[in-house]
Design a protein around this ligand. Structure first.
Ligand SMILES: [Zn+2]
Length: 455
């Protein structure tokens, strides 16, 4: 029988690295390849309505076996980060981990250190899956993909577990910010959903950044350097000055933590005539994004005053918004997750992510979607690893979650609401009748003061 570990190892071996600036969706063909494998497996498990659309999004439904329970969604992404290669992943399975630093065999300079990853301290005796050091593992988010598939398999194989319907959604290109571009929430049709895309175990991530992207275009003037005096405007030099003036000590990812937002120049390209700089704007407070954009605008204005021949344009686009506000619409989403994690034997903890998830966009679009953890660690790095027991607890959490939602009967709620409405109507009719009879039982001559009686 297929185990959680079998599935995970099978999925990480398919190269699904997302690619920025690709002309296609999904951005790379490997994502479609894994999507087909997943759709076939979902069909083999006898899930209902298994589909893979032209964008590579795979959906399926675990039918509910209690009437009236709301539908929930489980969502993870098949792509891996473009920050490091995931071609030819050679997973290393470490059973009964000894609690020491782990040297990776394919590149012994790469060592997963306990001092740099304190979560390892709680994993002695557990099973870890690492790479050989030459690639990403892709546990982000194939741990989530495998956890969801295994939880679905358990629900399908055990009809005695009572639960509501569960919609499974595997998305593409999350790592390059396009995970929800083609998601149709009407088709998903859930009360709420959960992304399985978090680190460690027991985490409920209910707050993400609010995020904008600023693109700075600096246009200079190019001319042969031999004749350049007083005529050349070098966009590269201006770009250097521009970046130098973005606050570093107080507002960069490398100098801040916790709830402090940042400005992060992360791409620069171009030459003497023109340079493009991309800057990430990040804050938990949406309105602070405008202040951050103004810092860039002020730098541009000063630089332009110093170099009037140059052109500096800043274009700000919205990326995603803090999900916290949108989760208030369905408070049961996090409350039941908390209960499910506890039922799985893990202590739940709420976390704010200094990042975004597919759930940020989904929540904003109207589907409240907190993020749950799956046992992945050190993601986006060749030092990435996953802890099998933590992944197993994530499976337990999902099975518990499906049962807890199964106890929420929406028909019952609707019937109650109808009853309440009927009761309210009866009450007001009685009140009206009572008021009407009183006013008509008062003797006519006393009903108006004599001096105000109409003639
Ligand atoms: Zn992820």
């Amino acid at each position: 029988m297929d185990t959680l570990l079998d599935r995970f190892i099978r999925y990480v071996k398919v190269e699904t690295t997302a690619k920025e600036d690709s002309k296609t969706y999904p951005s790379t063909p490997g994502q479609l390849e894994l999507g087909k494998i997943l759709a076939d497996e979902l069909r083999a498990l006898k899930l209902e309505n298994v589909t893979m659309d032209e964008h590579g999004i795979v959906m399926a439904t675990v039918p509910g076996n209690v009437p009236g329970a709301p539908t929930i969604g489980w969502c993870s992404h098949v792509d891996t980060s473009p920050e490091f290669t995931a071609k030819n992943v050679k997973p290393q399975i470490i059973k009964n981990y000894d609690g020491k630093d782990i040297t990776l065999p394919g590149d012994t300079a790469r060592v997963i250190k306990v001092s740099e990853c304190p979560a390892l301290k709680n994993m002695k005796g557990k099973t870890l899956i690492t790479t050989d050091g030459t690639t990403l593992l892709g546990a982000d988010d194939k741990a989530g993909v495998a956890v969801i598939m295994t939880a679905a398999a358990q629900l399908m194989a055990n009809p005695q577990i009572k639960h509501g319907p569960v919609r499974i959604i595997y998305t593409c290109d999350e790592e390059i910010g396009h995970g929800t571009d083609h998601l149709d929430l009407k088709k998903i049709d859930c009360t709420c959903a959960y992304t399985l895309d978090g680190e460690d175990e027991g985490n409920i991530e209910n707050e993400t950044w609010s995020a904008n992207l600023a693109t700075v275009m600096i246009t200079g003037k190019n001319i042969h350097p031999g004749f350049a005096k007083g005529r050349m405007v070098n966009a590269i030099r201006l770009a250097g000055q521009f970046i130098e003036r973005i606050p570093w000590h107080s507002m960069s990812p490398e100098t801040t933590e916790g709830r402090v937002g940042f400005l992060h120049p992360y791409v620069i390209e171009g030459g003497v005539p023109e340079v493009k700089i991309k800057v990430l704007l990040r804050s938990f407070v949406t309105k602070e994004l405008e202040d951050q954009a103004n810092i860039l605008r002020n730098i541009a204005a000063t630089l332009k005053a110093e170099h009037p021949e140059a052109e500096i344009k800043i274009d700000v686009t919205e990326q995603y918004r803090n999900m916290l506000e949108y989760l208030k619409k369905e408070p049961r989403a996090t409350k039941l997750a908390e209960q499910a994690i506890r039922n799985a034997g893990v202590e739940p903890k709420y976390q704010s992510i200094r990042g975004g998830t597919d759930g940020s966009r989904m929540s904003e679009k109207g589907l409240p979607t907190p993020n749950l953890s799956t046992g992945m660690h050190n993601f986006h790095s060749p030092l990435e690893f996953a802890c099998l027991e933590q992944m197993e607890n994530a499976v337990k959490t999902l099975v518990e979650l499906a049962q807890l939602w199964g106890k929420k009967n929406e028909n019952c709620k609707r019937k109650n609401a109808r009853n309440h409405r009927a009761e309210r109507l009866t009450f007001f009719l009685c009140l009206f009748y009572f008021a009407f009879s009183i006013s008509h039982s008062v003797p006519k001559e006393h009903s108006y003061p004599p001096n105000r009686r109409r003639s």
